[in-house]
Design a protein around this ligand. Sequence first.
Ligand SMILES: Nc1nc2c(ncn2[C@@H]2O[C@H](COP(=O)(O)OP(=O)(O)OP(=O)(O)O)[C@@H](O)[C@H]2O)c(=O)[nH]1
Ligand SMILES: [K+]
Ligand SMILES: [Mg+2]
Length: 513
Amino acid sequence: MRLRCFEKFEIEDCALPRDLTGDNFKTLGHERSGTSPLVPSDAQRKTIYALSTPPGKAGVAVIRISGPDVLDVWNRMVKVTHAKQSRNFNPNPWRMYRCNVLHPDNKQVLDDGLAVYFKAPRSFTSEDVMELHIHSGQAVIAAVLNALSLLSQCRLAEPGEFTRRAFAAGSLDLTQVEGLKDLINSETESQRVVALSAMSGNLRNWLEQLRKDIISCLSLVEALIDFSEEDVEEGVHDEARTRARRIVASIETQLSNFHRGEILRSGVKLAIFGPPNAGKSSLFNVLAQREAAIVTSIPGTTRDVLELSLDIGGLPVIVADTAGLRHTEDVVEKIGIERATEKITNADVALCILPIPDVYDGRDISMPPELSSMISRNDTYFLFNKSDLLQSSSIENLEISVPSLNASGVWIVSLTTGAGISKFLKEFGHALQQRYGLLKEQQGGSEPLITHARHRVHLENARRFLEAFIDEDDVVLAAEELRYAAQDIGKITGRIDVEDVLDVIFRDFCIGK
Ligand SMILES: Nc1nc2c(ncn2[C@@H]2O[C@H](COP(=O)(O)OP(=O)(O)OP(=O)(O)O)[C@@H](O)[C@H]2O)c(=O)[nH]1
Ligand SMILES: [K+]
Ligand SMILES: [Mg+2]
């Protein structure tokens, strides 16, 4: 099992605007296309530019420019090497040119680089796009960005504005935008697979098919409303109900995968807990592969929650070291214990560390009473630590007593001598993989997988409306339920167009005789 510890980093320039991130997505459930708050007015549709690579010393930096005036920018700032000098050079799209990047006014050479032109609509934003590949040095980047700022038709892009334009043009839906954001933020292999799957449109395709199915159901019911009963074949309402049940089943399968998808995206939350001096911080340091937490022989050393991100065989795991649980009058320690309790309660997985000399008398295991409420969770793993302080015959006895704990997993180790540690790391990593890793069918990245809370919320709403539809005998009210269901699906992708209901009416059945 590969175990890697990494520090978090962020590329600022790739961050999406606030209203396109996380929970704020909820507010984007606009009802109709065309009224989207994300579609900028013509006045805003300026040509935008930004540095698309992280600022810093490197071989290459990429400056991306998008909008109606891209060719203009090209002609003022790009001088293709070996091309005949002409007033207006028309670059072949999707071809790299070696060039000098020029100051637009005084034509001073700013850098020797490459330029490529992507012709609308076959570009990331669906607009005309060009990229300048220049040397990644502070002064070079500053000079080129400054030159661009001198062009009246250009302005610096807002964070995420290129993606926003791609969304507005319909080339990405919201699930793909989220996928792209998650891909940029992904730190482990499984995060990459899940994000790439969303970005490629797997979820979008599944949702669009789901919406089509609901609408075809609706078209059956609309026929019952629009035409008198004699004109419509018998059993149409039942047929619509049967279809609705199939759709509900499909939604349910996805919902049952939500927890896994969510965790794969955001990381398994693992809390290390136990009595004071159990060796919690010692274990934390073993996982971090550095002295991340203070370890002393004084019980109550750790107060604040410490966290670190781990990569366990591709699975992102966020490990928390917590204060030892015990009764105390110390004000600071009390706060630490409150924080610890909250962390443990909200964790996906709890790992309880027990110091063998304190909890095992050679015959029986006795749990400290402060731990009992935490241990009652069914996803607690146990690590008996300090095996070096026991005689080997007692360890054998302990091994025999351990199954009575009825835990998800139990290991006996010594963090001081290292005995049992590699076995523990291997088996514990494996257990987490089994529980939270990508399922076999998801490993290829072609399965749709819902990964954000807002996906779940709208799918649950849609399921509720579909169930109400199945139970409703009044066709007019029943049709309403289907419309609401379709709308909730549309809110996930960010594309809603209720009008397309009309087009499919009658397509699936014959009317009258
Ligand atoms: N003999 C022995 N001592 C250990 C072992 N693991 C940790 N210790 C010692 O136990 C003491 C407490 O270790 P910590 O890692 O600080 O324990 P903790 O659970 O984080 O303690 P608090 O933060 O105070 O709750 C230290 O002196 C460690 O060196 C072990 O396997 N064997
Ligand atoms: K300690
Ligand atoms: Mg500690």
